[in-house]
Design a protein around this ligand. Structure first.
Ligand SMILES: [Zn+2]
Length: 259
């Protein structure tokens, strides 16, 4: 017998269930089928040792992208390698706003071909264990087809280095040029902390999961801000139970030694 009161109670019980924002998991945290994969890059590392080490020790497999020629670049890259975190070079590039300093090892709109090669060589030599490269700033340089062609020619010569387009401008041609030269390439889907507040970071992290669920994988970029690190320290250990796999760009692209 399905009494109206019982139906009302059933409806109330269903309404009280939390609405699942993430993939449903079995009680053992292992959902059926392939799990959506998330690659999380924390860049701008190299200046602050404490924040850098806290990033390296995040409770999950993340990727650190280190600015060249910075005081703690070598120590942080070595520390990352020791705990099997992937290391990238965070290559500074000129933004579209003129006069903004990008730091040492930067590529500018007037950088010449040979100069670009030397800049990249020196930058790579200043950060050990690099498997891939992404741009720091660069809204001016990454939309420049000639400069991006030169850069990708250099990366192609240094296979299996991969490229991740930070997409600091919608007009970037970096990923397109990388793929044209068969450089393994990904693009950033979500910036975690463009707005560095706990609410905004949580919202962006949820967005990253939605994209990963829809497409099978997603790439997020964050920074070693206290708000980001605090959030990730709590959120990363829950990702597997929510049905996601935390991987590196190298794993997504099938390149590198840390697969
Ligand atoms: Zn940056």
């Amino acid at each position: 017998m399905n009494h109206p009161r019982r139906r009302w109670l059933q409806a109330l019980a269903c309404a009280a269930l939390p609405w699942p924002l993430t993939a449903p998991a079995t009680p053992h945290g292992a959902p059926h089928g392939p799990r959506p994969r998330i690659a999380l890059i924390i860049d701008d590392l190299g200046h602050g040792l404490e924040a850098g080490l806290r990033t390296v020790r995040l409770p999950g497999r993340i990727t650190v992208s280190v600015l060249p020629h910075t005081p703690h670049a070598v120590r942080l890259a070595e520390a990352a390698r020791q705990v099997d975190q992937e290391v990238m070079l965070h290559l500074p590039m000129q933004p579209s706003v003129p006069g903004v300093p990008v730091g040492p090892g930067g590529i500018y709109l007037d950088t010449q071909r040979a100069e670009l090669r030397e800049t990249l060589d020196r930058a790579l030599a200043s950060v050990p264990h690099v498997l891939g490269v992404n741009n720091h700033m660069g809204s001016g340089v990454t939309r420049h087809p000639g400069l991006m062609l030169w850069l990708m020619e250099e990366l192609a010569d240094r296979q299996p280095l991969y490229w991740v387009d930070s997409r600091t401008t919608a007009e970037t041609v970096a990923e397109q040029k990388a793929l044209a030269l068969q450089v393994p390439a990904l693009r950033r889907d979500v910036f975690l902390d463009h707005e560095a507040t706990p609410v905004a970071v949580a919202r962006q992290f949820a967005r990253l999961q939605v994209i990963a669920q829809a497409r099978g994988s997603a790439v997020g970029i964050g920074h070693p801000y206290p708000v980001t690190l605090e959030f990730l320290e709590r959120a990363l250990p829950q990702l597997a139970a929510a049905g996601f796999e935390l991987v590196t760009p190298g794993v997504l692209l099938g390149v590198g030694a840390t697969v």
